[in-house]
Design a protein around this ligand. Structure first.
Ligand code: 3H9
Length: 704
């Protein structure tokens, strides 16, 4: 069966692209559209043509999976030359051709709509060129047709930010011609019929760019280019700017040839492969487990949070921001008042920055109900426990929760260190208990670890995943082991950063090496932001239970800083020092003194360390420990670890995450680095058995 359905209704040919779930354009779909338009043009029963999408969306873009086949620039050029010619054929249609857009018109989907003569859309439609988020540029005429239709500014914004426009903004930008409030297809048919009666056709590529807008357009391109740092991370953005600029300075055909070249260079790049890997990794991580027939995951209509400290308050905001009413419980009014004042302050600042209207802030705030008792807990679908990180307190809380909530209420713990199974046991209904590990600040951080206890039911995992997506989080299901995935990996990352400092690198050098690699902040600046007291308290807890955060020597410096009251930005000093009211990190000689003392105690002769060694030590530690995490079955896939580290700690997305990055370097190279470090530094650098096995088997990919 064709992926494009053909019907003639009231003299208008209606072509419906039907390729679930999002009508992505694979080769077969492009061809089917081409064939259907040719048929409509030749059909005497049709005076005009409407192109639409079946299901929940118009077209979400070219089929991203197909890009894996575009392994050479020549192949990619060939593929996009076919698309280019096909879209020009569509645009040459002798009958008015109207795109009827609902849901999304993204990437190749928008480019398809741009090749139509007109566009009509539902009020909730979204139109955009998100290619840069996949490390590519529009490769089917987007950078050439958009400036002709909407001007250079809008074209630049769409192609360089990837952020879509809603229908109202698209109308204002002349990207759509009509927003249809009622029945989209009826509105589109009427619009197309009127164009046919007026014998109107408006091929986008024939539109002139107004001569007087060209100097300003070129200036906008120049400014956009100056604002972007050159380098592989920004390859696609720079290519998009060049291509939009060509849309202004070159004839359509010449600009299109260069667009195809730039698209091809981007699509074969490692950066684009990495970003495409993450696109699918994020969706794989959020995939629901299969459930027995008749079991549906619980929908969370009302929630409660126990503990109104920093985490609890942040989590309550996450629910309220998603429109879910939430009870926020703590022991006394004073604590709740403090929490609500902080929450209000956050919303006030969002209003001041124009991110929220005053009414929106009040509405959201009203969804949070402070309580000091469990009285209303019988009505909630989910409780998130966020009390102080103390096993006895949490155990008691879970026992209490079992007595005050409905039997099928989901009981989640936000612990980052404690054993979820112990809490599950305390509740007396372990199938309902799950870890919901948010990251601080909860309302800003996207990562959400969902911790599967030994007895957590698949339905509770599924409900947690569905909820997390509704809350705008990126969920990853992880096993119940110390540190889960994120904090376990972090421990190895920080271990190496701290040891490199003792061995001779400076805090500033290590941070700079990691930001040059692509992290938004280096490991030391990150700790100053998060607060050094958090890690110190976890270490204290571990010492009391005879455990440690990672294999290998643990630097003493973080504990020394804690003892000195240097908790980071909040105390004006941590790994760096800060002037009052400033967040600019300033080097502090005290750190060098501490590093010298630590080196002396460990009998290390400090030395010059290269930036390459810093990056290699840190990323190799992550990759090796990532393999251990997989071997221990704490993560289900290497790609889950990539999602965790990119969203939790800012691993550069254009490198795809620590495990994808290891594959890019080559697993044998990673193994030989581990072996070299083992020989140099000691057996805590033992190669992961999984890494050794993968290399022995000659595997190039960890997930297979
Ligand atoms: C492009 O167009 C290049 C052009 O210039 C042409 C060059 C020649 N391809 O996200 P969801 C799958 S580049 C293949 O969970 P939502 C997705 O993997 C493309 N598959 O739903 C998932 O599969 P599964 C530019 C795709 O409602 C399922 O659809 N376009 C594609 O939360 C549902 O997706 C983009 O970058 C695709 N293009 O969000 C847009 N899109 O069920 C990418 C989705 O097996 N897509 N899938 O896990 C999106 O941003 C979101 O999917 C969308 C819906 C907002 C549309």
């Amino acid at each position: 069966m064709s992926t494009v359905h053909y019907a003639v209704i009231d003299g208008i040919a209606v072509l419906t692209i039907d390729n679930p779930p999002v009508n992505a354009l694979g080769e077969e779909v492009w061809t089917a559209v081409d064939t259907a338009v040719a048929r409509a043009v030749a059909d005497p029963a049709a005076t005009a043509i409407v192109l639409t999408g079946a299901g929940r969306t118009f077209v979400a873009g070219a089929d991203i999976t197909v890009f894996e086949q575009l392994t050479t620039v020549e192949r990619a050029m060939e593929r996009s030359a076919y698309t280019h010619a096909m879209l020009c054929r569509l645009e040459d249609s002798a009958k008015p051709l109207v795109a009827a857009i609902h849901g999304h018109a993204l990437g190749g989907g928008l480019e398809l709509a741009l090749a139509c003569h007109y566009r009509v859309a539902t009020p909730d439609a979204r139109l955009g060129q998100p290619e840069v988020s996949l490390g590519i540029i529009p490769g089917a005429g987007g950078t050439q047709r958009l400036p002709r239709l909407c001007g250079v500014d809008v074209a630049l914004r769409l192609c360089t930010t990837g952020t879509p426009l809603d229908a109202a903004a698209a109308l204002a930008a002349h990207l759509v011609d009509l927003v249809v409030d009622g029945d989209l297809l009826q509105g589109a048919r009427q619009f197309a019929g009127e164009r046919a009666s007026a014998q109107a056709r408006r091929p986008t590529r024939e539109l002139p760019i107004p001569a007087d807008s060209i100097p300003a357009g070129l200036e906008a391109c120049r400014q956009a280019r100056n604002a972007v740092a050159p380098g592989p991370a920004n390859r696609a953005v720079l290519a998009a700017i060049e291509s939009v600029e060509n849309g202004v300075t070159l004839p359509f055909d010449a600009g299109s040839v260069r667009e195809r070249e730039l698209f091809a260079e981007c699509v074969v790049s490692t950066e684009s492969r990495a970003l495409r890997h993450l696109f699918f990794a994020e969706r794989d991580a959020a995939r629901l487990p299969s459930l027995p027939d008749g079991v549906t995951p619980r929908t969370v209509a009302r929630a409660a949070v126990v503990g109104a400290g920093t985490m609890g308050s942040g989590i309550a905001m996450v629910f309220a921001n998603a429109g879910i009413p939430v009870l926020l419980k703590d022991v006394d009014d004073a604590t709740l008042d403090r929490s609500l004042a902080t929450i209000r302050g956050t919303y006030d600042s969002a209003v001041q920055k124009g991110r929220l209207t005053p009414e929106g802030a009040e509405r959201t705030l009203a969804l949070i109900t402070p309580v000091t008792t469990y009285e209303q807990f019988g009505d909630v679908d989910l409780v998130v426990e966020a009390v102080f990180e103390d096993l006895a307190l949490k155990t008691r809380t879970f026992a209490e929760l079992a007595g005050v909530t409905a039997a099928d209420c989901i009981l989640a713990t936000n612990t980052s260190v404690l054993d979820v199974d112990t809490l599950a046991k305390a509740s007396g209904r372990p199938a309902q208990v799950v870890g919901h590990h948010y990251f601080s600040p909860a309302h800003l951080m996207s990562l959400h670890e969902i911790v599967r206890g030994r007895q957590t039911s698949p339905a509770v995992v599924a409900a947690s995943l569905t909820l997390a997506r509704r809350l705008g989080k990126v969920p990853v299901v992880v096993g119940n082991a110390f540190g889960f995935v994120a904090n376990r990996m972090l421990a190895y990352y920080l271990r190496e950063a701290h040891l490199l400092l003792e061995e001779g690198a400076s805090v500033r050098q290590i941070d700079a090496a990691m930001t040059t690699f692509g992290f938004p902040v280096g490991p030391f600046a990150m700790q100053d932001i998060a607060g050094l007291d958090v890690g110190a308290r976890i270490r204290q807890h571990l010492r009391s239970t005879g455990r440690r955060r990672s294999e290998g020597p643990q630097s003493e410096i973080p504990d020394r800083l804690f003892e000195l009251g240097r908790y980071g930005q909040k105390t004006g000093a941590g790994w760096y020092r800060y002037e009052p009211g400033s967040r600019t990190p300033l080097s502090d000689p005290i750190i060098d003194d501490l590093a010298h003392e630590a080196a002396k105690r460990r009998r290390i002769v400090r030395r010059d360390i290269t930036d390459e060694e810093i990056v290699s030590r840190v990323t190799t530690a992550l990759a090796n420990e990532g393999c251990n995490v997989l071997g221990d079955r704490i993560a289900r896939r290497a790609s889950d670890i990539d999602v965790v580290y990119c969203h939790g700690f800012g691993f550069p997305r254009h490198r795809g995450g620590p495990m994808f990055h290891a594959q890019t370097i080559g697993l044998p190279t990673v193994l030989s680095r581990v072996q070299e470090y083992e020989a140099r530094f000691g057996d805590y650098w033992r190669p992961s058995p999984l890494l050794e096995k993968l290399v022995t088997e000659g595997r190039t990919s960890i997930d297979g």
